[in-house]
Every structure is written in structure tokens, then in C-alpha cells.
Design a protein around this ligand. Structure first.
Ligand code: NAP
Length: 246
């Protein structure tokens, strides 16, 4: 049977794999949660929206004759990753993750590590600051206990209902970002604290480099723990794995 791959997407890694796989004889579909308005064009077919938990994903795999699942979701998409592990066990198909190594603290970095978003929000108790809250839009409400700060929010789409921070600016832009631009952005808004997820990869690293240059403290949210999986760090390795794992 010809390999029929499902890629769980929403990342640059997933897009790179989609481009690479489109040049092979393998059949492949890329899946999006549907969180952003403009989904990137892809050279393979795509589907959009949740599957309906583990059972929904397992049904999709069976109904569509999926032979391999590649979890190329963002390192913080822990629910989807956990569902992928369980659905592959249930349907007995192989699973691999395609991801990026996390960022490592450099000597000149001023990072305060926190285990999750709740702890990041708690770390903002105290005097008013000028904060770049670089965590996307899904969990902003967890910071509503700390309305004393100015917040710079960088979001992929302009939200229909703006977040409820009394003192906020919304920058609508989509990565990859570059260090010179992020240095200007942080300076323009006189940012003195950044809250970031340890996403890893190049696309969002510019703000971390800019923070280093400007000596700005970063509240760095550590990655959620995901059970051990076969893991690759570049799309070529995934294509090779699909070729040899029949
Ligand atoms: P999550 O909390 O792990 O997933 C919540 C639910 O969203 C899943 O149970 C699933 O719904 C659905 N879902 C997530 N990814 C999906 C995909 N690729 N295809 C179909 N359904 C998906 O995920 P999240 O953190 O909200 O992230 C959502 C998407 O945004 C992911 O695809 C991720 O790659 C991308 N993204 C996330 C972040 C981040 O910081 N979390 C950053 C950049 C991009 P069902 O249970 O109904 O199947």
C-alpha cells in the first residue's frame, strides 16, 4: 500500500515537510486546528478543524487509510500531541514528531524560568511595567489579574473582541521576525519585561536576541512535557523514515 501521511501542522516545520513530501510519490494531508484566519497555501491537500479528541482522530485515521502520522505541531500544543500518541496506539500506525530544539539560555540572557502560563502570570504581580506578552492570544485572560501593566501584544490576526487590558497595544504580524525589527519594536514601546514561551526555532527567536541586546528580562515559560516519541528535527529525516518504514 502506498504511504498515506497525515501531518499535524500549524508550524514552519509542518510547511517545510509539506513542500518536501509534495515532491515524492507519497500521499499526504496537512491538518490545521483553524485558529488563524489566513492559512498558508500548501502544495498538498489540507483539512481544517479539530478531529474530536482521541476517538475522532482514530476514526479519521481509519476512514482515510492513513499509514503514518507526523506530529509537527508547536511544542506547546500538548493536547494535540497527547491525542496523537493515543490515536496511533489505538489504530496501530507509526507516529513521529517533527519539532525544533528548545532555546538555550546564553550568558548575557536574563531569563526567569517558569513552568507554565499560570506561573508566568503570577510572576507579573507587583509594580507597573511595560510588558511584551508574546504568548499568542489563547491564554491572555490568565493575565487579567495584573491589569496594572502596559501590554504589547503581538498577534497573527486582529482579534474580533480586543483583550481587556486597559493599557495595551496590539501588533498584528506573523513571523518570521528579525532581530533589528524586534529591537526597534521593544525600544519604541519602552518594554522592560517580556513573557515568552520557549518555542525554539528561528522564527520567534528575534525577540530573545533583541532582549539580550537591550538587557531586558524574559519570563521564559518552559515547554510542557510530552511522552517520549520518535522525534526528528528536519523534514528530510521524516521523508527517509516514511520511505523505510513501509
Ligand atoms: P492544543 O491545545 O494542543 O490542541 C487543542 C485542540 O485543538 C486539540 O485537541 C485538537 O482538537 C485541536 N488541534 C490542535 N492542533 C490541531 C491540528 N494541527 N489539526 C487539527 N486539530 C488540531 O493546541 P494549541 O496549543 O491550541 O495549538 C493549536 C494549533 O496552533 C496547533 O496546530 C499548533 O501547531 C499551532 N500553534 C500553537 C502555538 C502555541 O503556542 N500553542 C503556537 C503556534 C502555532 P480535537 O481534540 O477536537 O481534535
Amino acid at each position: 500500500m502506498l504511504q498515506n501521511l497525515l501531518i499535524l501542522g500549524g508550524t514552519t516545520e509542518a510547511s517545510s515537510l509539506a513542500h518536501l513530501i509534495s515532491k515524492t510519490e507519497f500521499n499526504a494531508t496537512i491538518s490545521y486546528a483553524g485558529r488563524v484566519e489566513r492559512i498558508r497555501q500548501q502544495p498538498i491537500q489540507k483539512r481544517i478543524g479539530g478531529f474530536g479528541g482521541v476517538a475522532g482522530l482514530a476514526s479519521y485515521i481509519t476512514a482515510n487509510g492513513i499509514t503514518h502520522l507526523v506530529d509537527a505541531t508547536h511544542p506547546f500544543a500538548a493536547q494535540m500531541s497527547q491525542n496523537a500518541i493515543l490515536a496511533c496506539q489505538q489504530t496501530n500506525i507509526p507516529l513521529a514528531a517533527l519539532t525544533r530544539p528548545q532555546w538555550q539560555k546564553q550568558k548575557a540572557d536574563n531569563w526567569h524560568l517558569v513552568p507554565d502560563i499560570k506561573a508566568a502570570a503570577a510572576a507579573l504581580d507587583g509594580d507597573p511595567k511595560r510588558v511584551m506578552l508574546a504568548i499568542g492570544r489563547m491564554h491572555l485572560a490568565q493575565f487579567y489579574n495584573n491589569l496594572q501593566h502596559f501590554y504589547l501584544l503581538r498577534l497573527v490576526d486582529r482579534p474580533e473582541v480586543p483583550p481587556a487590558f486597559p493599557n495595551q497595544v496590539i501588533e498584528v504580524s506573523r513571523g518570521p521576525f528579525n532581530t533589528a525589527q524586534d529591537t526597534l519594536l521593544l525600544s519604541k514601546y519602552k518594554i522592560d519585561l517580556i513573557v515568552a514561551k520557549n518555542a525554539g526555532g528561528k522564527a520567534a527567536y528575534a525577540k530573545i536576541e533583541a532582549a539580550r541586546q537591550l538587557e531586558i528580562k524574559v519570563i521564559m515559560i518552559e515547554r510542557p512535557v510530552i511522552a517520549d516519541r520518535l522525534t526528528f528535527y528536519n523534514p528530510e529525516e521524516v521523508v527517509h523514515w516514511i520511505s523505510v518504514s513501509g
